[in-house]
Ligand binder design. Structure first.
Ligand code: HEC
Length: 211
């Protein structure tokens, strides 16, 4: 009995070896994973060079910008295509990888960035463990968005709100140090002042004994 099993295994193995390699090649090509999307500091730039959609900006690192804009404008939500870049402010970004990057984040990678006059520095990047400068985990908020919105929060998709109002966001976008300078309307100037007060309060809370 044992001999018979070993024999049939050997026959199977031989049969497999006898398969012409040409027959296997097309299958291997069809199922090969796409090349991972390479994201570096050079992948980011002036936020206003991206496409404006409502209050935020989108781009696509693979050149598939039309599909990204279509996903952002889909009335009932859509899965963003690989390469999609989404930003509300210069200091944070979400970038969509190919399927298989991370199921928990629906293949989004989260970035905390330093937008400097000289370019962009990546402070933190990753999937489930990226925390913003106020101690909030990106995924914990963005995962609250209803499934159909593909983790995009905006104001009505089910995420806990952030203290950045739409006018503040506009003011931050319009003062991205990587972009050309522009005049700010009075409401955005006031919003920036409010934001600085909020940041100062947050910093004080983070270091209560500091002077
Ligand atoms: C406290 C919850 C919370 C945390 C933490 C958080 N976000 Fe958000 N994020 C939001 C909400 C709510 C919005 C929508 C704000 C609006 O449109 O007014 C948003 C907007 C965004 C957008 C624009 C697209 C969208 O979803 O509306 C991006 C990109 C983004 N956040 C990235 C990040 C990254 C990267 C991190 C971590 C470094 C992060 N966020 C941390 C709640 C959060």
């Amino acid at each position: 009995m044992l001999n018979k099993i070993i024999l049939s295994a050997a026959v199977l193995a031989m049969a497999a070896c006898a398969m012409p390699p040409a027959a296997e090649a097309p299958t291997a090509v069809a199922t090969a994973a796409p090349k991972p999307i390479e994201i570096t500091e050079a992948s980011f730039g002036c936020i206003r060079d991206l496409k404006a959609v409502r209050g935020f900006y989108v781009g696509n690192l693979l050149g598939n910008i039309d599909a990204t804009v279509a996903a952002a404008n889909a009335a009932n939500g859509a899965t963003y295509p690989p390469g999609s870049v989404v930003q509300l402010v210069p200091g944070e970004a979400m970038v969509k990888h190919h399927p298989g990057y991370n199921a928990a984040t629906k293949d989004w990678e989260f970035f905390e960035l330093d937008a400097l006059p000289t370019g962009t520095k990546i402070r933190v990047r990753g999937a489930t463990d990226v925390v913003n400068q106020f101690g909030g985990n990106c995924l914990s908020c963005h995962a609250q968005a209803e499934a159909k919105w593909d983790m995009i929060c905006e104001q009505t998709h089910g995420c806990a709100p952030i203290p950045v109002t739409p006018v503040m966001a506009r003011a931050i976008q319009n003062t991205d140090p990587r972009c050309g300078k522009m005049e700010l309307p009075a409401d955005q100037l006031a919003a920036l002042q409010q934001l600085m007060a909020f940041r100062a309060a947050a910093a004080k809370q983070a270091a209560p004994t500091g002077n």
